[in-house]
Each structure stands twice: as structure tokens, then as C-alpha cells.
Design a protein around this ligand. Structure first.
Ligand SMILES: *[C@@H]1O[C@H](CO)[C@@H](O)[C@H](O)[C@H]1NC(C)=O
Ligand SMILES: *[C@@H]1O[C@H](CO)[C@@H](O)[C@H](O)[C@H]1NC(C)=O
Length: 197
């Protein structure tokens, strides 16, 4: 049993213990996640989503990117850049720290698209489900109330993935029933680098 499978089994065991169905209960990010350490520039190497509207046609796909900043006390600023059918687009989210849980939520703090940005339709929450700070499996829900789609992103500090990080990503996709929607993005960093400082 490899470490990926072991984690998968543990998460499933936790879900069963909590008596909820897998698609409704997510693994929670670790309570001791160090957000400062998680900050900075990330490539997005793979995407898994219920809705394919997030991705452009095959010939236009490129690596995505994210810039994560601890903005001020209790606030996280997350910029996401993706190549979409309309071209390379970035989105900025401001998330607030939950008072009780070790996570950031997008409550009423969504600022909407900045000039030149495309509205993603709102992003609810930003959950790091697994990380060793060289990779991260990040869960976001995109869309508006009632019409959201779950999306899982594979973050990496490098433009190539390691086998264990990809395995972890795929394992979590399976738990979230997103395994059919996994897309590994082609190694073209031209869009990703648009959000480098
Ligand atoms: C969190 O990470 C930062 C940056 O790597 C480090 O300076 C800090 O000591 C860490 N905090 C804890 C509580 O580990
Ligand atoms: C990936 O990163 C390496 C090291 O930073 C760089 O040499 C290489 O050109 C990059 N590849 C792409 C496709 O951006």
C-alpha cells in the first residue's frame, strides 16, 4: 500500500465514520497548514471539474497559475490565471479566515472582477486538501448559489508534476467523483507567467 492509497483509505474511513456520502463531505485541510509557507507563486498543472466550461479547446490549453498572498491579518488574496477559450484570463479573490476553522472562506468579501478580468461567477471557498508545500491539491467551488460546480486543482511550485503529487490529486478526484473530468494541462507557461510579479 503506497502513501497515496493509504491517505485515500484514511480519508474514506473518516468519511464513513462521519456517516456522510463522499460527494457531500470533503477531506478537510490540515489544521496546522502554514498559510505563509503556502503563499507565493504556483503553477496549476491539472484541473478536474464537473463543468467543462472552465477549459478551452484542446489546442488552446496551457498551464494555469495562482499567486497566494496573506494580505492582511485574517485575509488571503488569491489570483488565479487560466487559459480559456477567450484567451489568458486572471481572477482575484479575497478570502477571509474562518473564525472557528483553519480555513479561508469567500463569504461576502468577493470583490468581483477587476478591470480586464472575467467574472468567474464567484468562487466559494478555497480549501487546501493536501500539501507538502511543493505541491497542493486545492478545491474550489465555482459559480453562483445553486449552480456551483466543484473543481479540483493541482498546484505545483515547478512546471512539472511529481508522481506522488499527481497520484494524490487523482486519488482525491476519485473520492470527489471527478476522476472522469481530469485534464492535465500542456506545459506552456505563457499564460501562467502573466501573473508573476
Ligand atoms: C510558517 O512558514 C513561515 C515561512 O516559511 C515561517 O517563517 C514560519 O516560522 C512558519 N510558522 C510556523 C508556525 O511554523
Ligand atoms: C520549466 O521550468 C524549467 C526550470 O525552471 C525551465 O528550464 C523550463 O524551460 C520550463 N519549461 C516550460 C515548458 O516552461
Amino acid at each position: 500500500m503506497g502513501p497515496g492509497r493509504l491517505t485515500c483509505a484514511l480519508v474514506l474511513a473518516l468519511m464513513l465514520a462521519m456517516g456522510s456520502r463522499p460527494q457531500e463531505q470533503l477531506p478537510r485541510e490540515s489544521h496546522n497548514l502554514n498559510w505563509s509557507k503556502f503563499s507565493g507563486f504556483w503553477y496549476i498543472l491539472a484541473v478536474a471539474s464537473e463543468g467543462q466550461r472552465f477549459l478551452p479547446g484542446r489546442d488552446r490549453r496551457k498551464l494555469g497559475a495562482s499567486m497566494v498572498e496573506v494580505h492582511k491579518v485574517g485575509q488571503l488574496k488569491v489570483v488565479l490565471a487560466f487559459s480559456r477559450s477567450q484567451g489568458c484570463q486572471s481572477h482575484t479573490l479575497i478570502l477571509r479566515k474562518d473564525r472557528k476553522k483553519a480555513m479561508f472562506r469567500n463569504t461576502c468579501a468577493y470583490e468581483g472582477p477587476e478591470p480586464g478580468e472575467k467574472d468567474l461567477g464567484g468562487v466559494e471557498g478555497f480549501h487546501v486538501l493536501s500539501t507538502d508545500y511543493s505541491y497542493g491539491v486545492v478545491y474550489v467551488r465555482l459559480g453562483r448559489a445553486g449552480r456551483t460546480s466543484k473543481t479540483l486543482l493541482l498546484f505545483s511550485r515547478q512546471n512539472t508534476s511529481s508522481f506522488p503529487s499527481m497520484k494524490k490529486f487523482v486519488d482525491i478526484c476519485e473520492i470527489l467523483e471527478l476522476a472522469n473530468g481530469v485534464t492535465v494541462l500542456p506545459k506552456d507557461a505563457s499564460c501562467a507567467h502573466t501573473i508573476l510579479p
